[in-house]
Design a protein around this ligand. Structure first.
Ligand code: SF4
Ligand code: SF4
Length: 172
């Protein structure tokens, strides 16, 4: 695939300096239906996800706080060779809705750019950045949050900008 941007500093700077472009993109997305947007976006998501090597990146594991279930906390505590309560004290926090998440950044399981517990990683890590799920149009807030940190999200959005009929400022 041509013209993919994987330079994290460039992606961050582009997202910071051209926020108007993302707002224009969101306005364009609003003009098409949920089903049309999924039909347009998902083949691109698939293609770009396959073309980007996450083992060369790891940026989500440095900048995100993934949600974890209590079963996952127990599993991760075992892998860390810590009693569950000690693991919670060091690595888990709760949001206002009572949802628990890994709160240390970078993630304690990140080794270089690679997850050291890959086969036991939480479901929310495996799901990230979640562009493949249906009704993507409903999750534009999440897309916007991840646009500046995840090369997959960045490149999918930039490709979509070239395809949405009313969008006129593609970066790629
Ligand atoms: S558990 Fe693994 S995949 Fe999840 S944030 Fe930590 S290093 Fe990344
Ligand atoms: S999901 Fe995105 S941020 Fe995470 S490693 Fe892959 S390209 Fe990087």
């Amino acid at each position: 695939m041509e013209n993919l941007v994987i330079d994290l500093a460039l992606i961050k700077e582009k997202a910071r300096s051209d926020q108007a472009s993302f707002q224009e993109f969101k306005q364009s997305v609003k003009k098409i239906s949920i089903m049309q947007f999924d039909a347009l976006a998902h083949p691109i998501v698939n293609e770009i996800t396959q073309a980007i090597d996450c083992t060369q990146c790891g940026n989500c594991c440095r900048s995100q706080e993934p949600g974890v279930t209590m079963d996952e906390v127990e599993k991760l505590a075992r892998l860390k060779e810590l009693p569950v309560e000690n693991f919670k004290d060091q690595y888990i926090a709760w949001d206002r809705e009572g949802i628990s998440f890994l709160c240390v950044k970078p993630c304690t399981f990140l080794s270089g750019n690679i997850c050291s517990v890959y086969h036991s990683r939480p479901a929310s890590c495996a799901d990230f950045p979640g562009l493949h799920r249906p009704r993507l149009k409903w999750r534009m807030k999440q897309v916007e949050e991840n646009y500046s940190i995840c090369p997959i999200v960045f490149n999918v959005v930039e490709k979509l900008k070239t395809l949405l009929p009313s969008f006129s400022a593609p970066f790629l």
